[in-house]
Design a protein around this ligand. Sequence first.
Ligand SMILES: [Zn+2]
Length: 363
Amino acid sequence: MSVGALQSTALRGQLYGPGLAPAGVPTTFSASALGLEFNGDNAAVTAPTWHRLAWRHGGFNATQLIVEWTTDAGAYSLAVSDAAAQSVLLAHLAPATQVAAGPSRGTRTASNAVIAVLVVVPLLLIGLLVWQADRLIDWAVAKIPVETEITLGREAFAQQRTRLALEDSHPAAAMVRELGARLGRGSKYPYEFHIARDDTANAFAMPGGFVVIHTGLLARADSAEELAGVMAHEIQHVERRHGLRGLVHAAGWRVALSVILGDTGGSLAASWVENLGALRFSRSQETDADLQGVQALVRADIDPRGMATFFRKMAADGSAMPELLSSHPASEARFAEVEAAMPKGRVFPRLAYDYARLRGTTK
Ligand SMILES: [Zn+2]
């Protein structure tokens, strides 16, 4: 372009649109008074002038800036994570074209009724879409076959495990696998249970049935029943597809649609893995995993009180913030719900493990 002096340096983002990979393509672009201009492979992609670009904060935790527009070829969007690049874009983008996402901004007093209608009607429509988004995600998740979820989970875990120090010959590995097999009996997911060397008292589960227990959690638990309580909770995140739902939400519609259509390619799994670290469950999902976990423990004839005693211990220790408590700090209400779900008067046999020896010496 001829106004090179007005151009900023190359900025980075992920471009989605017709003819591009479903998970988007990394691109560089420049922003000038004349508009957005893409470099390299995407040089043919055009965008209208700034005031005609819609934008919003999106991605997980709304940390991305997402710019959207439509051309004759179809709908494009550009997701920008880098804060410096975002501020360059925001300097150009018109506040009026921001699409509400999350808490609504204050409404302005319109001086005439026509403007009020022009503003209010689109806002109502956007509100309706946001309200429907939860149902749309449920619909999309329900459309994803379990086999696709397992394939995707396996791809994602294969990429994730390179970052984990797995200790599959840990003294507690057999116990973890046995407890997992008891708790996941009859499931449609082919569970894998792993121990990772990590001092944080944490555990996590990935869609498709990949469960990882940190050595720090083994050290923090004081009985096999407490460990089983945590595992029952994690397994229910898989059974209830909480992680899958979170990934669909974070990865966006184009990715979700391509998964529904059966695309489980490596690049797609990679884009989902990127969102895994930031994945947080909602309060209702945590409660669901707690209560379903108690039921699973009872079915497996394992004393569910281990779950409650472990949660209380973790909550009392501010330094330890496992997945179990980080997104929604344990409250009395949560404990009360878990404890109310315990069967009254039933006696469970103690698990026959020498837990203190098996958990290792990391305490
Ligand atoms: Zn959880």
